[in-house]
Design a protein around this ligand. Structure first.
Ligand code: IMP
Length: 416
């Protein structure tokens, strides 16, 4: 069985964690291929709640092996904290975790640079997560990054210190911290790409887990209001060391409405009571930063571009329950731009800030009964909402999520 890429089709926070959790039931590996601790996925277990930022969402399934690919940037203290937190919850992870030594470090100096660059941007901040992601990738692209491989070198600390010389107090790493990283992370470093290939060769299913979302992609997104890695399906190949021929499924995760954290264009952003309602009902608060998310309506042109750029083969539509109780629901079916109509995002990133969404009002529905488990059990207008979404995007919807619980998920096949 080949690989499945799971990625966000909007601006992140689409509920990928839950979808991955469901798909991981059939997978032997879950591998992150880009980003760092800017991502956030809340895990609930025995009444306890905490967020994973670096480990794949598949980590909570005890029979799934986990990989951190070389496309990632990794904060070692954050990683150790997550490993220990999982273990405190009775989830053993070290024996099934493999980290690529080619992944780059995120260090305290990167977070400091992230903050300094944001304050320099003054009027037009990006609204980053403050986790040092941009500066860490800048160092990678500038070929001066420190890779996790240095933890394996006998004289790694010496070379690390030499590379950091003159970079300021934030860049100083104590011997104690280095030794802790070396002892904890060193044994977990290994050939993640080869292990994944081994699993694929045995016919096992591998999940390649995207973080953030399509429109935060460094190249395709709403530049400069983007993250510093590529979030597209192709990036799974680059960041995990898997060739495109190994991938047979690209599962795009889209919320039944749209949210965004941080700044940048958002054509279907709602205001006032509408936005408050979505935010409250959908618990739309950032997992990493605690910031309230900007909320708005389903944006089909945005999603059409995501389908195209990622080669999405199936869609998981999440949080449909949040729209319950509305008489009518606005859905953007196209954009008006310079007097014409377009049905995908415009080619210039800034132009997305100038389009006017063309809305259709789709009929709403009452609250869902508590025991819905089949697509047929959903109210007819909710079914219509899903069908019209699949039809407008030309891709089947194969999962509808109607609540945070694993059980509140409807597997289906709604063809366009
Ligand atoms: P950075 O990735 O911290 O540099 O932040 C760049 C932009 O991406 C900001 O708008 C962030 O709010 C956004 N962002 C980064 N990670 C996530 C995520 O996991 N979910 C949603 N937005 C994110």
């Amino acid at each position: 069985m080949p690989a499945t890429v799971v990625l966000g089709m909007q601006w992140g926070d689409e509920g990928k964690g839950k979808v991955i959790d469901l798909l991981a039931g059939d997978a032997s590996w879950a591998v992150r291929f880009q980003g760092g601790a800017n991502a956030g996925h809340t895990v609930k277990r025995r009444g306890e709640k905490f967020a994973l930022h670096l480990l794949p969402s598949g980590a909570v399934r005890k029979n799934v092996r986990c990989g951190l690919g070389w496309g990632m940037v990794i904060d070692p203290d954050q990683l150790i904290g997550e490993i220990e937190q999982l273990e405190e919850m009775g989830i053993e992870i070290r024996s099934r975790l493999l980290i690529s030594p080619r992944a780059a470090f995120v260090l305290p100096c990167h977070a400091a640079r992230d903050a300094a660059e944001e304050s320099r941007r003054s009027g037009e901040t990006i609204g980053t997560t403050g986790r040092g992601i941009g500066p860490a990738y800048e160092d990678r692209t500038g070929r001066r990054a420190l890779l996790l491989a240095s933890l394996l070198d006998e004289d790694g600390k010496k070379r690390f210190d030499a590379a950091q010389a003159g970079a300021g107090d934030d860049a100083v790493v104590s011997d104690a911290a280095w030794n802790r990283w070396r002892e904890t992370i060193g044994p977990l470093l290994g050939d993640c790409a080869a292990a994944v290939h081994g699993a694929l060769a045995k016919g096992e299913r591998v999940l390649l887990e995207g973080a953030q979302g399509t429109h935060l992609d460094l190249f395709a997104g709403t530049y400069p209001f983007v993250t510093s890695s590529s979030t597209l399906a192709g990036s799974a190949c680059v960041g995990a060391g898997v060739g495109p021929t190994a991938i047979d499924t690209v599962a795009g995760v889209a919320k039944a409405y749209t949210t965004r954290v941080g700044n940048g264009p958002f054509p279907t952003e709602a205001a006032g009571k509408d936005a408050d309602r979505l935010r409250t009902k959908g618990f739309e608060v950032g997992t990493t930063t605690g910031r309230p998310r900007r909320c708005g309506w389903l944006d089909l042109p945005l999603l059409r571009s995501s389908v195209m750029w990622n080669g999405v083969t199936e869609i998981a539509l999440t949080k449909l329950d949040v729209l319950s109780g509305m008489k009518e629901i606005p859905v953007a079916v196209a954009y008006e731009e310079s007097g014409g109509t377009i049905d995908t995002v415009p080619p210039s990133p800034g132009a997305l800030g100038r389009v006017r969404p063309i809305y259709e009002m789709w009929p709403g529905w009452e609250e869902f009964p508590s025991d819905v488990s089949r697509f047929e059990d959903l109210p007819s207008s909710a079914r219509r909402y899903v069908r019209k979404t699949a039809g407008s995007l030309g891709v089947p919807v194969t999962l509808v999520s109607i609540g945070a619980d694993r059980k509140a998920s409807i597997r289906c096949r709604i063809d366009p």
